[in-house]
Design a protein around this ligand. Sequence first.
Ligand code: FMN
Length: 300
Amino acid sequence: MVLAELIAIKERELAARKPVVITCCLAAGCLSSAGQAVKEALDQAVKAAGLDAEVEVRGVGCMRLCCEGPLVFIDPPGTLFQQVKPEDAVSLVGTLQGGTTHVARGEPNHPFFARQLSIVLENSGFMDPERIEAYIARDGYLAVRNVLREMSPAEVVSEITRSGLRGRGGAGYPTGLKWSTVAKTSSAKKYVICNADEGDPGAFMDRSVLESDPHRVIEGMIIAAYAVGADQGYIYVRAEYPLAISRLQTAIRQAKQHGLLGSGVFESPFNFNLDIRIGAGAFVCGEETALMASVEGRRG
Ligand SMILES: Cc1cc2nc3c(=O)[nH]c(=O)nc-3n(C[C@H](O)[C@H](O)[C@H](O)COP(=O)(O)O)c2cc1C
């Protein structure tokens, strides 16, 4: 992969875009209430209405209002529909040809949405998480390209320190301090580990990002590895998150195929391999030393 290829993928994606996009939530919450069947029914309804050329039905990651799922967003006109059933698909597609529907509308400008500034989840709900091209179209992997080709590892650490970025593992540990400690440690072999164990009951921030934007996690890990001098990464995910694991596996495979993982990332001298380790679901294995023991095949 080189910059010109990244730009070409983005341009192809943007050129292939259809005038209307129907986004259909395919994260765990909406899937558990028949989101996949809704997506398939919408696909069929679009074909039956002869609208394939103008309308794309896109499966996306979490659209945030999980309690009202399955969620569907039609843009334009920018209407959110909630609690959609497969049998509603024909009337929803009919609204594009002047028809009406009884399906409940959500409020895209509801304070629940309007007060949120999505940073980590900025792509979630807009992009198909199973297509690397969709991530690249939203400028994915551009940061890692710029880091590898234009910055030294020390510059990356200092940029992260200046940014004030902190960990999301509970303690809000300063990321720059963590990276500079590892960078200064002299060792022939270093690792980057992503803690996606998420043992806290009812906490779904790791699952959301892995299901909705797995390439973002991979890109962050590549940058971290370059900054600290690691050439191997592990993502520790609990087995209760099968969808997150399968989307991660897909994303890792795609990143390898595009030369973004493995030897010579972005045709630079930097090498980075990434593997998933599946945790059995012990709460203590989310603690970092127990997690590392578990990655090594020992008791957490
Ligand atoms: C019993 C216990 C369980 C923990 N579980 C998790 C967890 O599931 N996920 C997590 O990110 N951090 C967990 N932590 C915190 C980690 O030890 C560590 O501080 C964190 O992963 C650091 O990541 P950060 O840089 O994102 O803050 C746990 C800590 C303890 C003591």
